[in-house]
Design a protein around this ligand. Sequence first.
Ligand code: FMN
Length: 190
Amino acid sequence: MTTDPHPWAAEIDSLHAQIWTRLTRGVHDRRAPARHPTLATVDATGRPQARTVVLRGADAAAGTLSLYTDRHSAKVAELRANPLAALHVWDAAAHLQIRIEAEVAIETGPGVADVWASVPEPSRYAYSSTATPGRPIPEALAYTKTPDPAAFARLRLTVSAIDALHLGRAHHRRARFERADGWAGQWLVP
Ligand SMILES: Cc1cc2nc3c(=O)[nH]c(=O)nc-3n(C[C@H](O)[C@H](O)[C@H](O)COP(=O)(O)O)c2cc1C
């Protein structure tokens, strides 16, 4: 008999710990699945909007995550109107889907100057005041990006709930974790 490659999935506490291990790995390892989660917001017409982002911070103890973005992007306007968002990760090696519900704070200006200082020079071109993301242009390359700290925003996600689905060889397991009960966890039918 082969040993279970994911023994952490069997207990609710170790499953919760594993979720944060995987998220934290995403922050530090470019090849980790949680490096590129999908962020979902709701737009002004009530339509869901989803896009790939880079996970920049994960604090298991606080239950918070962080992302960087251009403050002029549509997602920021959407989050200003409705700060509720979802973040999705499929970690294929772990056979683990992580669905996160969060409230998002938008941080800009002097409060994130130290974060901007840590952004490598080539990456700063993603945050520009000369070319608003999503603006129509006459040709594909008819834009110039100039790095601008005033365009930089950190999105701080305060996680309120996590839904985890593990696809095991013999059994599938699903659990929901909520901040409101101290992340005690509740098994759900997968
Ligand atoms: C691999 C990858 C990583 C990305 N990382 C980010 C990111 O960290 N922050 C961000 O704002 N956009 C990122 N994007 C671009 C977004 O997916 C999206 O196209 C852009 O932010 C505009 O989205 P919006 O108009 O919904 O705001 C990334 C795209 C890809 C393909």
